[in-house]
Ligand binder design. Structure first.
Ligand code: UDP
Length: 412
């Protein structure tokens, strides 16, 4: 059954010196007529991955501006998360035909979780595919249902897409990071484009001094006086940690002092994560300058922040990427960034302006080497990257966009 997530409280007023006055005024104006409206967010996990990251800030800020916002997480056992991981991969293009048993497992857990919908809401926002089928069985009338898709559906496995689309039909509106991610014309209800954002005041992103960041990094083993290349990502083939190790090995021929840190927490809905973690460790082959860390090493939000604040170059060598919040986080910390030209990354990295876009390990290695050898040029780019994030990818902008969507549906 659905479980409520305790998000504590946050105040939008705390953001006034970080974003523009106009944006703050827009938020106030949009929130006023929505006062008292009940909003429910539903997703599959409260730990690990970008969706949980966003909801920990968005939900309390919605409450702060006058709505009554809740976040509930689906209950699921490993059998369900195996199916949803398969669906997730297939929606991003991997080959798989869902068996009847997998379809039945998916439906069964969705139906079971509907039992947790005991209060009525004005808006229900369902994140990604895992809870998508709940709408069809919802017990209360009158709510507006929004399907928020966090992944790229432009080149999906058709069989799995056809399983998903009928579930989405009954929604009032759907939301995608980018126009290119919408599967095809008229396939989803009223698509709206809204890229995600990071919370500049969360422990993950709050300003850390250089000394404090180095102090934390030092405790995990790397030499803080030597250059450090970083990727923060779940251990997942789409994030290509093995490709990052290849790039590191190439750079190390020119920069022998280089160290690599791979940080990846294991999400509760990602049973494949452990397997891929082992593969990554094997691939590192005992190299003493490669540090592979996870939440098991107590790498929480502040520690991720410290690595991102301290790294000489932040990389994100994904094969596919929904948006790439880790890229946003690195840019916000003013770090030189090299990332794959996929998904939402090019919205953030304007090639040669706010960082470098690359298509393979060799290109990645070339750009990392260039940035390490010319730190002044790299820093100038990184500063522009930070401003780009300030204007486009911080939570107040996301809150404004959500309030816009809710107002629009209220008027329908
Ligand atoms: N993350 C983390 N610890 C880790 C790995 C990831 O805190 O070990 C966070 C990361 O900082 C980011 C989010 O999880 O906020 C990942 O979001 P992203 O959009 O990069 O990828 P996703 O996991 O959603 O595909």
């Amino acid at each position: 059954m659905l479980r409520a997530v305790n998000v504590g409280s946050k105040s939008i007023a705390d953001y006034h010196s970080i974003v523009s006055r106009d944006l703050m005024a827009e938020i106030r104006a949009l929130a006023q007529p929505l006062e008292g409206k009940r909003v429910l967010h539903i997703n599959a996990t409260s730990f690990g991955g970008g969706v949980a990251e966003i909801l920990y800030t968005l939900v309390p800020l919605m409450t702060d501006v006058g709505l009554h916002a809740d976040w509930k997480v689906m209950h699921g056992k490993t059998e369900f998360f195996h199916v949803t991981k398969t669906i997730h991969n297939a929606l991003q293009g991997s080959d798989h035909v869902l068996t009847d048993e997998e379809r039945a497992t998916f439906e069964r857990y969705n139906l079971m979780n509907v039992g947790g919908l005991t209060e009525a809401y004005d808006y229900v926002i369902v994140h990604d595919a895992q809870p998508a089928a709940m709408r069809a069985h919802a017990p209360f009338e009158g709510a507006k249902w929004i399907w928020r898709c966090h992944i790229d559906l432009s080149t999906p496995n058709q069989d799995v897409l056809e399983f998903l689309l009928p579930m989405i039909e009954g929604y009032d509106l759907s939301v995608f990071h980018m126009a290119q991610y919408i599967p095809s014309e008229n396939s989803v209800p009223e698509p709206v484009i809204m890229p995600p954002a990071i919370d500049p005041l969360a422990p993950k992103n709050m300003a850390l001094s250089g000394d404090d960041a180095a102090y934390i990094v030092d405790q995990f083993g790397p030499d803080v006086e030597r250059p450090l290349m970083l990727q923060v990502s779940r251990f997942d083939p789409w994030k290509d940690p093995l490709g990052v190790i290849d790039a590191y090995r190439t750079v190390k021929r020119t920069v022998p002092d280089l160290q690599l840190v791979l940080v990846g927490s294991m999400a509760t809905d990602d049973p494949e994560g452990w397997e891929y973690f082992e593969r990554t460790v094997d691939y590192a082959d005992g190299d003493g300058d490669i540090y592979i860390l996870s939440n098991l090493n107590n790498v929480g939000a502040v520690e991720v922040n410290a690595f991102q604040s301290h790294a000489d170059v932040v990389v994100q060598k994904s094969i596919r990427e929904g948006f790439g919040l880790t890229v946003t986080e690195g840019l916000w910390k003013g770090r030189p960034s090299v990332a794959a030209n996929v998904g939402g990354i090019p919205l953030q990295i304007v090639d040669g302006q706010t960082g470098y876009l690359v298509s393979n390990s060799e290109e990645c290695a070339d750009r990392v080497t260039e940035m390490l050898l010319d730190p002044d040029a790299a820093r100038a780019m990184a500063r522009r990257g930070k401003q780009h994030v300030r204007h486009n990818f911080l939570t107040p902008r996301l809150l404004r966009d959500w309030l816009g969507i809710l107002s629009r549906l209220a008027d329908d």
